[in-house]
Design a protein around this ligand. Sequence first.
Ligand code: FES
Length: 84
Amino acid sequence: MSGHILWQDRAIAFRAGESVASALLRAGVIAFGQAPTGQARAVFCGIGQCQNCLVQVDGRLAEACLTPCRTGMHILPETGACDV
Ligand code: FES
């Protein structure tokens, strides 16, 4: 299955089995938000260990590298405003 996720209301196509991180990177999105330290959130480990790719998925924090795409998901940058 493939479809589109919404990154800040921008439709981004994904391929079957693709993670949110992979779809965003393929679309040219390399910064996923800002950590409390001020550093940009981005893919680092790619296996769910570093938490550096946190984003908001339909209002909940999730690791973009571990979250499979589903059509219609709303993805927002993680701003550090939420408690982890
Ligand atoms: S890139 Fe490390 S948890 Fe996603």
